[in-house]
Ligand binder design. Structure first.
Ligand SMILES: C[S@@+](CC[C@H](N)C(=O)[O-])C[C@H]1O[C@@H](n2cnc3c(N)ncnc32)[C@H](O)[C@@H]1O
Length: 286
């Protein structure tokens, strides 16, 4: 079950108040807004800045957790690169971004017209996102094209029937900053459902090591403030294949290899740094 409230119990200036696990979306949003400020040539993402402003949050207040910021920026770099590459090669693809929060990847990548992009998140978040997208000043960028959203708890299975794909459409599923907040049994059930439903599909997921999952929810002031528990950690990507033999691990990347200088003292401990989190690319059997 999600820890965030499924329906906002009150509104402020017509914007739903985010609670529990849903409030964690502000952390990567602030990281991307800061990254866009600092590296405007290589990372163009005016929407993250605008979404954060509209949600009434100041990006620099999130810098208190340096590793959250470093990790979110690095995983963004990897996922933008890999998903962007896939979409250039296969324009007829359905992208399902699970626990999408206020992620603006669809617009940031200049997603090709043939792509159908579906952001899935809890109802309060999807309501907020639809409001912000509707109110956004960056009208040219926000042209919606193939973007849509589904309000659902991904630990249930009902939402899967809303996502159909044609025989000639590829499938990419993204789970970024999401699965560590679910109990392992729910991660396994979700993977089993996705593998059964989308044969031949690809998935990119972010995982934290069991050590990080045990300690980071307590050490990170920003996560602690949301009252959310970090629940799941993964030592080795191959465990996923042991869970379900129809899952193949194609690649895995250590976000902490990108800009090691952003990781404070951990920059001098590469083995430890690399073990903290991973982006894993999976292929589901046909
Ligand atoms: C740390 S945020 C990550 C947001 C986004 N992926 C990003 O990187 O900007 C975690 C997101 O997962 C969503 N989430 C958590 N549990 C969920 C569930 N059971 N079903 C759907 N979304 C969920 C939260 O509402 C939140 O938006």
């Amino acid at each position: 079950m999600p820890q965030g409230g499924a329906v906002p119990d009150f509104m402020e200036n017509n914007v739903p108040i985010l609670r529990g696990v849903s409030e964690t979306l502000l952390i990567p949003l602030a990281a991307r807004a800061l990254m866009a400020q600092r590296d405007p040539v290589n990372f163009v993402d005016p929407l993250s800045t605008e979404f954060l402003q509209m949600a009434g949050k100041e990006p620099s207040r999130f810098e208190i957790d340096r590793w959250n910021m470093a990790g979110a920026c690095a995983r963004t770099t990897i996922l933008d690169r890999e998903v962007g590459k896939e979409l250039k090669e296969h324009q007829k693809t359905v992208v399902v971004n699970l626990g999408a929060g206020l992620c603006s990847r669809y617009w940031r990548l200049g997603t090709p017209i043939g792509v159908r992009w579906i952001d899935v998140d809890l109802p309060d978040v999807i309501e907020l996102k639809r409001q912000l997208v509707g109110a956004c000043q960056e009208k040219k960028i926000i042209a919606q094209g193939g973007w849509s959203s589904i309000a659902a708890d991904i630990t249930n299975s009902d939402w899967l029937s809303e996502i159909r794909r044609a025989d000639d459409e590829g499938m990419i599923i993204i789970a970024e900053g999401l699965l560590m907040y679910l109990p392992e049994v729910e991660v396994r059930e979700l993977l089993d459902r996705l593998v059964a439903r989308y044969p031949g599909g690809k998935m990119y997921l972010e995982t934290w090591s069991p050590f990080v999952s045990r300690v980071w929810g307590h050490l990170s002031r920003r996560i602690r403030k949301t009252g959310t528990r970090v629940r799941w950690g993964l030592q080795r990507p191959t465990t996923l294949t042991n869970w379900n033999s129809r899952i193949q691990v194609l690649n895995s990347w250590s976000p902490a290899d990108i800009n090691p200088q952003e990781w404070g003292l951990l920059q001098f401990a590469p083995t430890l740094r690399r073990s903290l989190m991973k982006i894993i690319e999976l292929q589901f059997a046909e």
